[in-house]
Design a protein around this ligand. Structure first.
Ligand code: 4AD
Ligand code: MG
Length: 430
């Protein structure tokens, strides 16, 4: 007997197959039952008629509940009106387990309730679609870099230092000393770029974000390419090409999921256009012209990002930020030492920053000065400064937060639905 999967059911047209899965829902009308079977790969309608399965099996069918597990044997037949275009005419069914009082019913539940039942909520159609899109985004990201000769080199999670601000560090005992969970793989990525030319690292990163916003997690996944002999303009090009590639892939391969999520496709397709580039200073002027009280030198908050990004249909690149609000490693603009050659990509539709990157400072004295200014421990960065001592070259990179991209592409109200088991302030379980 062929064991079929719902996503490949058309390959079995006219054949009798076995399907293993769970009850998405079921109903009966007299001697005929309708079962929506969820097998992890999709959902299919199975017709269970008393005349086909016999009296005993039909009695068993009557006992099934939402999320009971079972195997079905039946014929695959085309039916234009069935969701997915095919249905199963059941000949036999075997129940593995009857589920009792499954907590998530088709009725509306509050977010907190659903988050507490995240381990079960993952089975729902919407969450399933989101995580399928997430997988596609991750695969596209890897394929993009792999096909351009980038080498994946993993950065460590236990680190001895802060790289993205000491206020969001998670610390943990590390034998006789203190270690911090990595906020970014970048500094190690710079070492890898000097060894491999083009490198990326892709792993979980951690930030003790005390703010409860719809954009912040405490554990999130970041992909970080780092490229030797690359200046800021080329860095922006790589980021733009990556995002174009991801959008194309999702549109090609995850259309059904986007439909379930009711994603506005033409709006998403706008992101395939070139990304306008504006300087931070131009952004500040846009805010001022819009009557928003904002001082040059301040960091953009979410409302400022949204205000600027709303003027465009596609993502935009904002570059050349004040040095004082950016990380120590960003290169000063030789044409204006007050700003750094950093860039952020802001997604449209109010999603804000999805990418942050820069050209890297190569002058040891400037780096030492900035490390001191940030109150960071010089000794922890000695190895990093070696990269400027032994064959230093212009180099650039960026970090793209996977969850922010998933939230935008799926157009979700909150980043908590973009990751299987979100970690946020006040959320460590399940
Ligand atoms: O802008 P960030 O802080 O940049 C860096 O960490 C650099 N070291 C990257 C590099 O140049 N290699 O973070 C990069 C991206 C942000 O643009 C955002 O997409 C995501 O990481 N991000 C978060 N996502 C979810 N929750 C949070 N708390 C996030 N903080 C940053
Ligand atoms: Mg940033």
């Amino acid at each position: 007997m062929n064991i079929a999967r719902v996503n490949r059911i058309s390959e079995f047209d006219g054949q009798t197959v076995q399907l293993n899965g769970w009850v998405y829902n079921s109903r009966r009308s007299g001697k005929i039952g309708f079962l929506m079977l969820r097998d992890g790969f999709g959902i299919i309608q199975c017709i269970v008629a008393k005349n086909d399965v016999g009296e005993d099996k039909f009695e068993e069918f009557k006992k099934i509940t939402q999320e009971s597990s079972l195997s079905i044997v039946g014929e695959v037949v085309k039916n234009e009106r069935a969701p997915g275009g095919f249905e199963i005419i059941t000949a036999d069914l075997t129940i593995h387990h009857i589920s009792t009082d499954y907590p998530i019913s088709p009725k509306e539940h509050g977010t907190d309730f659903l988050m507490n039942n995240r381990h079960l909520w993952l089975r729902s159609k919407r969450q399933h679609s989101i995580l399928k899109v997430r997988h596609e985004i991750i695969k596209a990201t890897r394929d993009f870099f792999d096909s351009h000769d980038f080498t994946l080199v993993d950065s460590p999670i236990f680190t001895s230092n802060a790289a993205e601000g000491s206020t969001t560090l998670f610390s943990t005992d590390y034998f006789e000393e203190q270690a911090y969970l990595s906020q970014t793989g970048q500094l190690y990525g710079e070492a890898s770029a000097m060894a491999f030319g083009r490198h990326y690292n892709f792993g979980p990163t951690f930030r003790a974000e005390k703010s409860k916003t719809r954009r912040h997690l405490t554990e999130f996944w970041m992909v970080e390419p780092e490229i030797a002999f690359c200046e800021i303009e080329e860095d922006m090009e790589w980021a733009e090409r990556l995002i174009h590639f991801i959008i194309k892939r999702v549109l090609e391969n995850k259309r059904a999921e986007l439909d379930i999520l009711e994603r506005d496709i033409p709006q998403l397709e706008e992101a395939l256009k070139p990304f306008p580039r504006i300087s931070y200073t131009e952004g500040v002027n846009m805010l001022k012209e819009g009557g928003i009280d904002f001082e040059w030198g301040d960091d953009f908050g979410a409302p400022h990002e949204t205000f600027i990004a709303e003027k465009f249909e596609q993502p935009i690149i904002v570059h050349r930020f004040p040095a004082a609000i950016k990380a120590f490693y960003m290169k000063r603009d030789p044409e204006n030492e007050k700003v750094v050659l950093g860039m952020d990509i802001l997604a449209p539709e109010g999603y804000g920053e999805i990418v942050g990157g820069s050209e890297r400072e190569t002058r040891i004295d400037v780096l030492e000065e900035r490390i001191a200014e940030e109150g960071l421990n010089q000794e922890d960065f000695d190895w990093f400064l070696d990269l400027r001592r032994f064959g230093s070259v212009p180099h650039s990179g960026f970090g793209m937060g996977i969850e922010r991209v998933v939230a935008w592409i799926c157009k979700l109200p909150h980043v908590r639905e973009t990751i299987p088991f979100p970690r946020m302030m006040g959320r460590l379980r399940p």
